[in-house]
Design a protein around this ligand. Structure first.
Ligand code: NAP
Length: 469
């Protein structure tokens, strides 16, 4: 295995040529990588399952999603997403109305360090969305593989190298470093040639890496996704008479992937009523009957148990469900209940518990509901069921949800993140360290492009249509 230094230096040597590579070349690479992933499906999915236990069905679907993302960025780059320009012709007269010709383009930031996520061995890993968007932007990538799927990371990297070589591109456009020590990741983020870091994982590791990025002589952007509790507000009109349907939908979403999704719903806010009591009983039953698979690793399992224990010991928190686990590494789903005032006053109730767990927050009135939503620090999503009419309370609720989350849903459940043009997968801290950016969807490319304006540029530069020199 090469060192961090040699891998990053090799990537940085390839950066200028890749920055000025035409759309066709980038699109061909991304499409070639997608094809190679699909061709390697069977052994890759098997290896991914052996390392993560996530199941062949889910992993095969995740591979499809990863190939889709790669092709999506191939389409984006072909449509000119990396080469957008704003041309502002010269205006005669005295300033401020008069000004020179300004031509705004974007240039790739340079080599990007990408930290694979434990819970998405394909879609947020070696050839995942961060890599696809960085390559599309014109940046080489150095991946820090996740210790939970090093074998798969190596295989996918080897496959990518074959595609690069077949297309006569430098293999160093996609580097890989590994090693189960925080030092490796920190050395990578600290390396002078790295120009941005993309990370999905825990608050603890994310904050440590953000600190490294900030403390550099030349601080660089750190795009971290560090945790989310994804509140779901169920208004009385959406609950009454539909308690079973709401409970079933939420139980399935909470337990999906054994709760190991960043968009797993962790907080359910609803008004005190007989209907809520019935819903809680049905949710308890529905959650207890969900089938769970082993968690990704021992540390995540231990963290889940510790989180549930912490919640269960808080004052004014009732433990509704905490069954016995079926096997040592398979957790038991957990459900808690509290009131809005306690939820707002006790920060421990608003921390992410990564796994199949949720807390029901009982509100006395509309104000309690708003307070509970506003108390949430920052979340990838917030879901509101029942705000179909335009009225003052619904407006206030949408405003509160928009102030804490990057995606506000009005139906369905937050698990499942569409890869599309308008998607925003981010939100106020800790959902994201850069809430203006997204790590999923077409706009993910913007993280790796920096604006430059050319003032009174020569014609040859204008004629490049935004393609960097
Ligand atoms: P993690 O511990 O944050 O690890 C993610 C990556 O960061 C790994 O490559 C890890 O590699 C590296 N790392 C860990 N500590 C570091 C440090 N101090 N400095 C530099 N690099 C460091 O995440 P995880 O293993 O996926 O799961 C742990 C917890 O993260 C979960 O229980 C959950 O709470 C959270 N999580 C959140 C999300 C989300 O979407 N928000 C997703 C997955 C996990 P090394 O161990 O080799 O250093």
């Amino acid at each position: 295995m090469k060192t961090v230094d040699s891998t990053v230096l090799a990537a940085s040597r390839a950066a200028p040529d890749w920055a000025s590579s035409p759309a066709r070349q980038r699109a061909d690479l991304l499409a070639g990588l997608a094809r190679a992933l699909e061709e390697g499906r069977e052994p890759l999915v098997k290896l991914a399952h052996d390392e993560t236990g996530l199941g062949a069905l889910r992993l095969s679907a995740e591979l499809d999603r990863t190939a889709f993302q790669l092709r999506r960025f191939a389409d984006e780059v072909t449509a000119g997403a990396a080469f957008s320009v704003i041309d502002d012709p010269a205006a005669s007269g005295a300033p401020p109305a008069g000004h020179p010709h300004l031509h705004r383009v974007r240039v790739p930031v340079g080599p990007v360090a990408m930290f694979s996520a434990s819970n998405f061995p394909f879609a947020f890993s070696v050839l995942g969305g961060d890599t696809a968007s960085a390559l599309a932007a014109g940046c080489p990538v150095v991946v820090k593989s996740h210790p939970g799927h090093t074998g798969l990371s190596r295989e996918v990297h080897e496959l990518a190298l074959r595609v690069l070589r077949a297309q006569l591109l430098p293999a160093v456009l996609l580097g890989l470093v590994e090693g189960a020590s925080p030092q490796i990741g920190q050395d990578l983020a600290r390396h002078p040639a790295i120009r941005a870091v993309a990370f999905t994982g825990s608050l603890r590791a994310g904050l440590a890496l953000q600190q490294v990025c900030r403390q550099r002589v030349d601080p660089i952007p750190f795009y971290g996704e560090l945790g989310s509790i994804n509140p779901v507000v169920v208004l009385p009109c959406a609950m009454l008479g539909r308690e079973q349907a709401v409970a079933t939908a939420l139980a399935q979403s909470i337990a999906l992937g054994t709760g190991q999704f960043c968009t797993s719903p962790g907080v359910i806010i609803a008004k005190r009523s007989d209907s809520l009591d019935l819903f809680v009983r049905l949710l308890e039953k529905a959650l207890a009957s969900q089938s769970l698979h082993p968690m990704l690793n021992e540390a995540i399992r231990t963290g889940f148990d510790a989180g549930c224990q912490r919640l269960g010991q808080r004052p004014r928190v009732a433990q509704i469900l905490r069954g016995a686990s079926a096997a040592a590494n398979v957790p038991a789903a957990a459900l808690f209940r509290t009131d809005a005032a306690s939820f707002c006053s006790d920060p421990a109730l608003r921390e992410e518990v990564f796994g199949p767990e949720a807390i029901v927050v009982e509100a006395r009135d509309d104000q309690d509901m708003l307070d509970a939503v506003r108390a949430i620090k920052g979340s990838l999503t917030a879901t509101i069921w029942g705000a179909d009419e335009d009225n003052q309370f619904h407006r206030a609720l949408v405003r509160a949800a928009s102030s804490v989350a990057g995606r506000v849903l009005f139906s369905g459940v937050p698990t499942g993140v569409a890869v599309s043009t308008a998607q925003h997968h981010g939100g106020p801290f800790p959902a994201s360290t850069q809430p203006f950016s997204t790590s999923v969807g077409s706009r993910a490319i913007d993280r790796f492009l920096r604006p430059v304006v050319f003032q009174d540029p020569p014609d040859w530069l204008l004629s490049r249509g935004g393609l960097p020199v």
